[in-house]
Design a protein around this ligand. Sequence first.
Ligand code: NDP
Ligand code: BG6
Length: 514
Amino acid sequence: KRVPIPSIPSIEAPKEVSSGDGAIQGVPEQGSTVSITVVGASGDLAKKKIFPALFALFYEGCLPQHFTIFGYARSKMSDAELRAMISATLTCRIDKRENCSEKINQFLKRCFYQSGQYNSEDNFSELDKKLKDHEGGKVANRMFYLSVPPNVFIDVARCASRSASSSKGWTRVIVEKPFGRDSESSGELTSGLKEFLTEEQIYRIDHYLGKELVENLSILRFSNLVFEPLWSRQYIRNVQLIFSEDFGTEGRGGYFDNYGIIRDIMQNHLLQILALFAMEPPVSLDAEDIRNEKVKVLRSMRKLQLEDVVVGQYKSHIKGGVHYPGYTDDKTVPNNSLTPTFAAAALFVDNARWDGVPFLMKAGKALHNKLAEIRVQFRHVPGNLYKRSFGMDLDQATNELVIRVQPDEAVYLKINNKVPGLGMRLDRSNLNLLYSDRYSREIPDAYERLLLDAIEGERRLFIRSDELDAAWAIFTPLLKELEERKISPELYPYGSRGPVGAHYLAAKYNVRWG
Ligand code: NDP
Ligand code: BG6
């Protein structure tokens, strides 16, 4: 079990307070049960992430004693077929450690399936009946994971809330991205969901917030004296948020062409990291205190300008005799698509702490490597004694803090150091915290952490609706301009480092990508 998150000690004895999702806080729930319904259970995300994460939580003893998992989708499937589907794809970190077939069998016995339409309250009533049978009269808490395309989110919210919500316990709904395509559609989605659910019941997931190193950002910053005093325009020259994948959109072209890399990665994953990175110290670790600070950062950000953005799209490439297809070679993508598969952007937080500091984002598919990292480049040492005497290049002599989110999770600080010996030569070295050297436990998948948080009612790592509005406000004008003016993306070969334009953009702000 994980260590509980400390909260502000209360002076009075806890009272019964409703959290807004039906849960009564301050009263231990004895004899309660949790039913988790994965809506869209036949889909890619359910197989790849949700069921494996639920199994890992079960294996680690993190799920409540009484729990049931239901798969729900339109496809016809029996319980046995669902179990076969789950076990065929149950690759998880635990497999690597030991043979867990006994645990897998125990887990599968708790998994059931109900077929139905996403807009049928009758079908959800049938699900409700089956859920009740398994809940055996206990206080039933229910979680619905909406792992379906966004056009059915509101239907599912309506049917689940009207026909299958819990009468005595809590009801929570996890919503997957994309949360709209722009400010307007996101606003419509939010108001559509709020017709049937309260904000407290909605858990908007951004799985990057569940990544170990992203969660560690605040700990690094607020629990170490050495970082926080440097965390401002006074010492930081620029911050880089980099996401790169070494594969294209194969298999997801239909979805991707409607969104593009800016909506798929920048507006959510990278922007969320930026908000956590740049926020002021929150009053406490309470979810609302943290999200209040993130919203302030997002609302302080300048709307993204076209001249601060470079877009690209990968084209086919032959390397080592292997043909790598271009983005528009995908049959589900129109031949003349202008959808960016790469983007670089310079963003600014117009507040006292970050005035003038460029936050450079770079995200791309089909690049030369798979990587996600945060790079913090510090300013030059004023009047650096060693700069001239020992031939250090001014640019290379600055410190850089790198938080490598994936792969090979690490935090390292580039420093200048004397090369041992009788001479006086300086060298760039790393103070390196490589997780695989320091910690023997495997890092849990982001979905494990987030599912557990949702079960426990911890909303800290989920996106509040005002955060979402503020995030879309930064990107919507740019997205409209890109689309209205039909800006052509710069083509780059599959497996390359991306468009050269990204370097010019960085150079405009006197930055070199790390
Ligand atoms: P899928 O396209 O696999 O859809 C999930 C299920 O929804 C399908 O098995 C299908 O089930 C049903 N479905 C598919 N298309 C439609 C449609 N047009 N109308 C109604 N139902 C449909 O999606 P994923 O599993 O890939 O993703 C689920 C959600 O998670 C999406 O919102 C996606 O954007 C998001 N997401 C996915 C990621 C991924 O890696 N896959 C990553 C991050 C987010 P059936 O026909 O049986 O009803
Ligand atoms: C998803 C995007 O949100 O994140 C995908 O829709 C992307 O396009 C994925 O591949 C990356 O997640 P991860 O955890 O594999 O880095």
